[in-house]
Structures are given as C-alpha cells and as structure tokens.
Design a protein around this ligand. Structure first.
Ligand SMILES: Nc1ncnc2c1ncn2[C@@H]1O[C@H](COP(=O)(O)OP(=O)(O)OP(=O)(O)O)[C@@H](O)[C@H]1O
Length: 368
C-alpha cells in the first residue's frame, strides 16, 4: 500500500571538501507512517542522510522536500523531526522526567501540560514510575527508552534513529528491535532507522535503502531485497550468497559451471555474460548422481541450527550450502536446486532497469 510522500530527496549531493562526494545525486521518497532503514557499510553516507533530513547540515546540490515544500534552508529547530542518537545524548545531571520534558520546557509549554505529555511518553516506552530516577541509575536499554520518549514527546512527524541499538548486548538488542517496531506501529509516526546490521534491517523494516559509496544501490521491502538483489554488492551485503559467473543462453536457460540450467529469468541479450546468485539455504545435498551440480566437500562447520558446508565444482567455483544434514569432507556429492533458486544478475543494471525487467515477468509462466 502506498502512503502519501512525507520526505523526498531530489538529486541530493553532499561534498564536505575537495574529496569525492559523500552522497552523489541521491533521489528517494519516504512515505508517511512507515518504518524505513538506511543500511550500508561504515562511511557509506547513512548518517549524512539523517543529518540532511534533521537540518544539521545542508546539501551541496539538489533539493529536500518535506510535505511537498523545499526545506533546504529551514533551520533544524523548525523541522517536524526528532533524532535519537547512538549514544542517546541524554543529560546526565537531569532525572528521567526532566530529560523527557526538556524540549517542552524550551517551547515554554504549561506545567500541567508538560506533566501529562511526559507521563504519556513514558507510558509508551514502558517506563511509568521511573520519573524521578537519575539517568546514571538506568540500564542501557532503559536509557534507550528515555531517549525515545524524549523524541516522541515532541510529537514529530518523523523520528530519525542513528544506530540506536548498537550499544546494547545481543539479547537486549533483539528485545529492543521488537519494542521499537511495535512502538512505531502504535504511534504511526514515520521512523528512519540507520544500521549496518543486515539482520536488524530485515527484521524491522517496511522498506530498506541499501547504500554504498554515496549511492542507493537498491530500495525495497526486506523480501524484495533478500530474494532479488540487484547487484553483487547487495547480494553480498544482505545474507550470504554464492555468486558465480555465467552466460545467458536464451530466455529461461542459463549456463554456469560448464552446464546449462533452467531458470526463471529472461530479457537478456543472447550469450550475455551475467552473474548467478544462489542462496546457501536453497541448495539441497543429494547423492552425486541425483544432483544437478556435482561438487566435492571441502570443509564443514556446525552452526547450531545448520551445517555450513563448503564445496567446489569441477570448474573451480566455490559453493556454500546451509544444510541440516551433515556431509563428509572429501566426499563427491550432488547439489539440487529449483529453477527459482537461481537469480541471474546483469552487470551494471540500474534499479529502474532492474524493476522493469522484474515487472515484465509478472504473472508469466516460464515453462517452455
Ligand atoms: N563533517 C564532516 N567533514 C568531513 N567529512 C565528513 C564529515 N562528516 C562525515 N564525513 C565523511 O563522510 C563519509 C560518510 O559519513 P557518514 O557518517 O554519513 O557515514 P555512515 O554510513 O553513517 O558511517 P558509520 O556507519 O560509520 O556511521 C565518511 O567518509 C566521513 O568520513
């Protein structure tokens, strides 16, 4: 379902000095009421996008729209946006109530109203009764909730969250992921969340923007991005992938590892060089003669839920397999897979060309 657009970047670039631009003509739309995640490796420009939305820095080029109006020159304190920072940026000398009330006092709101709003915000983040606690007496997860209460008490249209869970241990982090997602649903406020953790992005988001080197590589729902990565970077960054070189023989037939395989892709040039992605969990271990691909088991690791098995085919390609069945190192085995497990990627395809190609498959049977 498409909601109304709340933020739009149109050809936005950001260059700090003579160095290469941190963001290079980035365009995207954010819809009201959804949970967005900016995902990418360190230094790819995620925080810069948040700072541009918050008004802490200005674009070198391009326009930023908020509710249809250009806001390039609107100061940060006049924007309907609040930020939750990685280190929470709470005031250690103030108690929980005063931390949350801070913004409302600056706005000179009446005392009774402040009390009502702070109480409501603390109720939202399950911190009722903690009003008089000192910040220094709160745990990491509780501080996180205070920081969120401080953002929502201002009733912003958008909340920006810059790696807000990165300081927490794994268990608490998972709990807070559920809590944040639930809170966003209850509040209906647009959340823009920054992380470099792909599992976190997949678990929490309505929409993910995958960034690398100052550009959005791909945007879409978690399943879109996991199932149909647009290029090698996205395939590698999101989950684990086998990526091998291949050639498109014709529509629905691709060659790799010296053999031809049925696939569900079309729209390539005859004999076009492509890259093939197969997820490790889509490969099934079989007897050598029953597998579509013959491989030799090179090594194996037990990962708790599954075995991670590394194999090589006769062409020298490495194949990673996730299997609940154990293999034996040195054995010659077969790998079986469905045509749908093969994802064919074109070199240097733009997101627009990629979307068009996928749309052209819709409702079609590939059987021929
Ligand atoms: N004020 C600044 N002056 C100069 N360069 C900057 C400034 N702020 C950020 N940069 C550079 O811009 C690039 C992108 O930074 P940004 O903080 O947006 O990345 P990020 O994706 O959020 O990274 P991380 O995950 O490490 O926080 C980095 O190379 C960084 O060094």
């Amino acid at each position: 379902m498409k909601n109304e657009t709340i933020i739009r970047f149109e050809g936005v670039s950001k260059q700090y000095d003579e160095a290469a631009p941190v963001l290079d003509s980035v365009s995207f739309e954010i819809e009201r009421g959804k949970f967005y995640t900016l995902l990418g490796p360190s230094g790819c420009g995620k925080t810069t996008i948040l700072r541009l939305i918050a008004g802490f820095t200005e674009p070198s080029n391009g326009s930023i729209y908020f509710n249809g109006k250009v806001i390039n020159d609107v100061p940060a304190n006049k924007r309907q946006v609040n930020t939750v920072f990685q280190d929470y940026a709470l005031f250690p000398h103030l108690n929980v109530f005063e931390n949350v009330a801070f913004g409302l006092r600056i706005k000179k709101m009446k005392k009774g109203q402040i009390e009502e709003k702070v109480k409501e915000a603390l109720r939202f983040v399950n911190l009722e009764g903690y009003e008089t606690r000192e910040i220094t007496e709160m745990s990491g997860g509780q501080k996180q909730r205070v920081a969120i209460a401080r953002a929502i008490v201002n009733e912003p249209e958008v909340i920006l969250l810059d790696e807000p869970l990165s300081a927490l241990d794994l268990k608490l982090r998972t709990e807070m992921q559920y809590e944040l997602r639930e809170l966003q649903r209850r509040l209906g406020i647009t959340f823009i969340f920054v992380t470099h953790d792909q599992e976190e992005a997949l678990a929490m988001s309505d929409e993910i923007f995958v960034l690398n080197k100052g550009q959005i590589q791909q945007s879409g729902t978690p399943t879109d991005i996991y199932d149909e990565p647009i290029n090698r970077f996205v395939a590698d960054f999101i989950g684990e992938s086998n990526i091998v070189p291949g050639t498109m023989v014709k529509d629905y037939l691709v060659e790799f590892a010296g053999q031809q395989f049925e696939c569900v892709d079309k729209g390539f040039l005859p004999s076009e060089s492509v890259e093939i992605i197969v997820r490790p969990e889509d490969l099934v271990i079989a007897k050598r003669e029953n597998g579509k691909l013959q491989v030799k088991v090179d090594s194996q690791l037990f990962r708790g839920v599954h075995y991670e098995i590394c194999c090589y085919d006769e062409a020298g390609n490495e194949w990673l397999v996730h299997s609940t069945k154990k293999a034996t190192v040195g054995d010659e085995i077969g790998l079986d897979f469905e045509p749908e497990a093969i994802h064919v990627m074109r070199f240097n395809e733009t997101e627009e060309e990629f979307d068009k190609r996928l749309e052209s498959y819709a409702g079609e049977s590939h059987a021929n």
